[in-house]
Every structure is written in C-alpha cells, then in structure tokens.
Design a protein around this ligand. Sequence first.
Ligand code: DLL
Length: 383
Amino acid sequence: MDKKDFLESFPDKLLCVEHAELIRMHATSGTSGHRPTCGFYTRNDLETWEYLCARNLGAIGMTKNDVFQNTTSAGLFTGGFGYSQGCTRLGAMLIPFGPGNTARQLEFFQAFKVTSFHAIPSFGLRLAEVMEEEEIKKEDLFLKYAILGAEGWAESTRDTIEARLGIKAHDNYGLTEACGPGVSVECQEQDGMHLWTDHFYPEIIDPKTGEVLGEGETGELVLTSLWKEALPIFRYRTGDMTSLYKSECPCGRTGYMISRIKGRKDDMKIIKGVNIYPSMIEEEIFNLSEYFSDIFLIVYHTVGVYDQVSVNVEIREGVNQAKAKQELEKNLREATFIRIEVNTFPKGTLPRQEGKAIRVKDLRDRPEGYKGWLKQMNKKSNS
Ligand code: DLL
C-alpha cells in the first residue's frame, strides 16, 4: 500500500469493519496530497493506541509524578489527542493547552510547574525564541524533558532547544495511517528511535526498485500493522527515509530501531547530481545560530536549464550580513559539494505557519516563480 491508496479511497473505502464499530477518526492535511489522509479507530484500536502513546512517554522517562503540557491541537491532528490520552493512561497530570499563544504557554509552564511537554520541533524553537524576548531563563522553569516530532528536525535543532529550555528533547516518529504517534520513540539514551515491533512489522526498501534492503541501509520505511482493526496497513510505503537496525540499546529494550528520519523521499532532490535533503541544509543554518534565526525556506528553482537550490534565511539583529552570508555559503558548499545561494532577510519577515513548518518550496516547473517570490519578499523587508 502507499499514500495513493489512502487518497483514492477517500473518505472511507479502506475500512475493514462496519461503521457502527468505529468510535473515532483523525486526519492529516499532509503536504503530499490535497485530500486529507484519514485514520479510523474501533474501541480496541483506540485503547491500543492510547497504550502505545503512554509507552512512548514512559520511554522518555515520564512517570505519574510529571506535569505534562500538550502544545498541539486536540483536533484532527493525531498528536494532540494521542499524547493527551497517553498521558492520562500513564497517570501524569495533563494540561491540554493546545497550539499557539506562546507567552501564555510559558506562564503555564511556570505556574503549574510543568516538567514535560509535547510539541512539534518548530514550536519548541518558538518557545525558546519567546523565552528570550520575555527574558525568561531556563532556571525559572521546572522542565525536564519534551517529546518532539511530527516533522523533520536536525540534530542541531535539538541542541538549540535543549540548551535554551534546559531539557532533554526526544524524537518520536509516527503517521496517521499507522495510528498517529505511538510508532517509535527515542528512550533516555537519545540514540535512535525504538520502533514498537510488537505492533508494527518494519522493512526498509529501495524507493526506486522496491527491493528490500539490509540492516543499517538507508531507504524507505515500510510498515505492516499487527493489531489494527478499522484500517490495517499492509506493507505500507511511508515515503519516509531512514534505516532499520537491531537494538543493542543500553536501555535494555530489544527489537528494532530506526535512525532519525532523513526526510520524505519526495523531499530528496538530485541537484547537479548530488542528493540534497532539507535536513542537510537545516543542520548548517543551525550551526551558525549566532547569525541566523530559526526561520528559513529552501527553494528549488531553475536558472536557464539548470536546477538550483537557494536558501532564504532570517538574520539576527546587529549581525554583519555579508559575513554571515559568505560563511553559510561556504559551509553549505563543504557539506553538499554544490554552490547554494543564500539570501538573508531581517528577523520576522519570512512567512510563518501554524502547525508543521513548511521549509521547502519546489518552483522548478515555474521559472518565473522564484524571481517573483524574491522580489515580493525584498519589497516586504524594505518597507
Ligand atoms: O505527524 C503523527 C505524529 C504526531 C508523530 C505527533 C509524532 C508526534 P501525520 O500528520 O500523518 O502524523 O504526518 C506523518 O510526518 O510520514 C513523516 O513524513 C512526518 N514525521 C512524523 N514524525 C516525524 C519525525 C504525525 N519524528 C508524517 N521526524 C510522516 C521526521 C516526521 N518526520
């Protein structure tokens, strides 16, 4: 199965139970299709999912003594309900805050002595940004750990969030088609994600040929659900690129692990013969965080007959623009072996989204598209 099966069977043609057995649905708007991808749950499905989310929270070290703030929406997105249910099952105190309103979230962190939270990584960065603006120090908070995922993030993003918030930030991967979160998580070792192989059978394949790859090789993750009733998945091609290996984790958990998600197979572009993943570029931007803010946009576009990558990034106040640009271009060249143009913009000018961040635009089939976008952005930042 693949994403196409979900999109073509919209809204519910893939169901394997009578409608009366369903007690919940969730959906993601996603970025790879216009129709939402839907997940459906019977009572057993919901209970198992709740348990898997509790298992994830337990793996990062949470216990019933924790206070947990869920900063994602308890709407269609699986991350909100999923972790709120998981927290309740674990027995920790839940604050179902929901998204946005960053300064108020921080007030809650302080007032209710919040020790842990769930967020998408770009919101983790936003929390750090507002802490700086509001002059809140990490010592003023009671935070210990956070569970972050649902979008790609680089190791350097983790470093920034951990340093500024004074926490351990744990990656977790999941998808609506499987159940939502509750597929895999990083334990306290923070070295790869434990994939719950008693509930999902994983394989890694070559995305082009479909051939099953060996342990440790990078390819597309394929999952088969072992317990789902309403909408089981069989050898489902997730589109996500990672590697799979047998756990030798000191935490003692056996089974299999996956490495940090490298990106979606459709995010990987071949530019001048080089495989470029957005995470490679993100890594270099965050390594120069003294120059750049956390907001950036990678644009693939065409100049003449050649495909190019440009990086548009917000610069911090008081930074020497020419020096910052030159240094990032140099580092990107060393990391990718191709020339990547960097355009800098004042802080607060690049577009921001609520929810999962959009970090990549592909305008290669619209030759005028990038020039037009740049002109508009420059006009905005000059005014
Ligand atoms: O994002 C489920 C989730 C919620 C996972 C909360 C973790 C925490 P969807 O909205 O269906 O489900 O999006 C799934 O997001 O196929 C990946 O491309 C991407 N994704 C999810 N987790 C990660 C991660 C939820 N840790 C799609 N790293 C997946 C990178 C991720 N990408």
